[in-house]
Design a protein around this ligand. Structure first.
Ligand SMILES: Cc1cc2nc3c(=O)[nH]c(=O)nc-3n(C[C@H](O)[C@H](O)[C@H](O)COP(=O)(O)OP(=O)(O)OC[C@H]3O[C@@H](n4cnc5c(N)ncnc54)[C@H](O)[C@@H]3O)c2cc1C
Length: 502
């Protein structure tokens, strides 16, 4: 029997465990244990549910609240678990985003794709940019590409920071007003350091193909519109939105995966403190003094924790893992009576550019973005604090951060300054977001070469080839394929079967 030890119970570790469960159910002779340091599973996915004293329930996602629907891993697992019908899309009728400008909210102009304009009239009418900035953005169609790639070259060989790319093609104001807050708000990255090849390789590919980001996005918009016309939604079918979650919040899928894995195979509240070689296998020492032996280890912790655990057994690998930096942030979840909020709450989010010098990097209006996140007559907000722009703010206490988020909501959104929050909770994510800085993909290639040489060992998680929930889930599945392959077990048929399910 092959015995596998999984360290880390986030979506990557759960993805690994669920894949092993399916392998065991398919008749492979495998056994596994998942170890999770915290008392709960889910890692950066954490849905708090709380009752309002006057009735109804808050479903408050403190970490990730959604996944990109273009990536299939979460849907595939939801289908395998029989819970696909529990998936819920965003409320499209409220899909508006605002950007803070000079302390006020300015709506993102229609037709913006990421940060590039694809419609002239809304751009011209918008107060977000100055006139010189609007002309500078449109000049993108005239500026020649920086270089031509040789045959077979990819974005990785031509990596560039987001700041460099956006300033070069669309101008500084486009960076300051939209690209920078998007990078900080969505990825927790600094635009001055973010690797475009790792995060958004299609931007560099667009420049190659179209010689322009505006023309590239225009073509993408037209393609989407053509597809929508060709394949209109079937009557009664679920609406497909760009992001999805589950009716019970995102942690629902983690709990379902843990049920399917078998809770007896999951140990929470215990950390791995060391990994060593034990003959051809591995020994993992635990915080309670016990030691587990296995044929393989899947290391699905945050990258900095993985570096610490590898330090003795694979020092070169540990050194490479340490080159991936991580930023810290916190989310403040606050709910109010709708009478304490402004009347127009048909929007999803607010982004705060760094030039505005505000402690809140962004806001999501959870109860307008998703159905059933707050009781009738209540409004649930989520404010982001910290991140690489301003980690010092996180030195304040939980109460101070909640008060700060409340004050910012009063100033920006118009929540009554003396309103009493009906629900509040602060979630801290220390070193919770890996940053994909310039050259990230080269570093990950090196890490993969080093782990490839360690039989029965694989890394998984959000620090390598995608931070999104579907990427992390899939990384756990890939890690299982790697270690089972090392042990001479192939899951090809099983994989093919799973792919047919979605
Ligand atoms: C505030 C926030 C919002 C986000 N929003 C989104 C979003 O909307 N959409 C999206 O796709 N992504 C989002 N993300 C990113 C996404 O949630 C994460 O990338 C993903 O959930 C990470 O999963 P993981 O399993 O790789 O790591 P983690 O969830 O970090 O799991 C690692 C686990 O390992 C455990 N661990 C660490 N050390 C040990 C040890 N020694 N022994 C045992 N266990 C250990 C930890 O306790 C943790 O549970 C967000 C992230 C944050 C922080």
């Amino acid at each position: 029997m092959a015995r596998i030890i999984i360290i880390g119970g986030g979506i990557a570790g759960l993805g690994a465990a669920y894949k092993l469960r399916r392998a065991a159910d398919a008749g492979h002779d495998v056994d596994f244990t998942l170890l999770e340091r915290d008392d709960r599973i889910g890692g950066k996915i954490w849905t708090d549910t709380a009752e309002d004293p006057e009735g109804g329930v808050y479903v408050a996602d403190g970490g990730s609240d959604s996944f990109l629907t273009d990536k299939t891993a979460v849907h595939r697992v939801a289908r395998l678990l029989g819970v696909f019908d529990e998936e819920t899309g965003t409320l499209e009728e409220n899909k508006r985003t605002f950007i803070v400008k000079d302390g006020r909210l300015v709506e993102m102009p229609d037709g913006m794709m990421m940060f590039a304009p694809t419609r002239i009239v809304p751009l011209a009418a918008s107060h977000l940019y100055s006139w010189p900035a609007k002309f500078r953005m449109l000049a993108d169609v005239l500026i020649p590409r920086k270089e031509r790639w040789d045959q077979g070259e990819t974005a990785q060989q031509h990596d560039e920071t987001l700041e460099s790319l956006v300033v070069r093609r669309l101008g500084r104001e486009c960076l300051d007003r939209l690209a920078e807050p998007l990078a900080a708000g969505v990825n927790g990255d600094l635009a001055s350091e973010m690797s475009v090849a790792a995060r958004y390789p299609m931007l560099l590919e667009m420049e190659q193909k179209h010689g322009s980001l505006v023309l590239g996005f225009l073509e993408q918009r037209r393609r989407v519109e053509r597809m929508r016309k060709k394949y209109p939604p079937k009557p009664g079918a679920k609406r497909r939105t760009m992001f999805s979650s589950f009716n019970g919040g995102l942690q629902f899928i983690c709990e379902k995966m843990a049920d399917a894995v078998g809770r007896e195979n999951i140990r929470t509240g215990v950390s791995a403190t060391a990994i060593e070689r034990a003959g051809v296998g591995w020994r993992v020492t635990l915080s309670d003094g016990e030691a587990l032996e296995g044929d393989a280890v899947v290391l699905a912790t945050e990258v900095w924790a993985a570096a610490g655990l590898c330090a003795t057994v694979a020092p070169e690998l540990a050194g490479s893992l340490e080159t991936i930096p991580c930023s810290s942030c916190a989310t403040a979840l606050l709910a109010y009576d709708s009478g304490d909020c402004p009347p127009d709450l048909r929007w999803h989010g607010i982004l705060t550019p760094s030039v505005e010098r505000r402690p809140l990097t962004g806001v999501t209006l959870m109860s307008s973005k998703w159905p059933h996140r707050a009781p009738e007559g209540r409004v649930l907000f989520r404010g982001f604090l910290g991140g690489p722009r301003d980690e010092a703010v996180l030195e304040r206490s939980d109460d101070e951060l909640l008060a700060l988020a409340h004050a910012q909501l009063a100033e920006l959104v118009g929540v009554r300054p003396d309103a009493r929050p009906r629900y509040k909770k602060l979630f801290r994510w220390e070193k919770g977001m890996p940053q994909y800085t310039l050259g990230h993909l080269d570093r990950v290639d090196g890490i993969e070469r080093l782990q490839g040489a360690l039989a029965g060992f694989a890394l998984a998680g959000n620090a390598y080839r995608g931070v999104g929930v579907p990427n992390a889930l899939e990384s756990g599945e890939n890690a299982v394929s790697k270690v089972l392959g090392d042990l001479g077990i192939t899951l090809d048929e099983d994989d093919a079967e799973e792919k047919r399910v979605y």
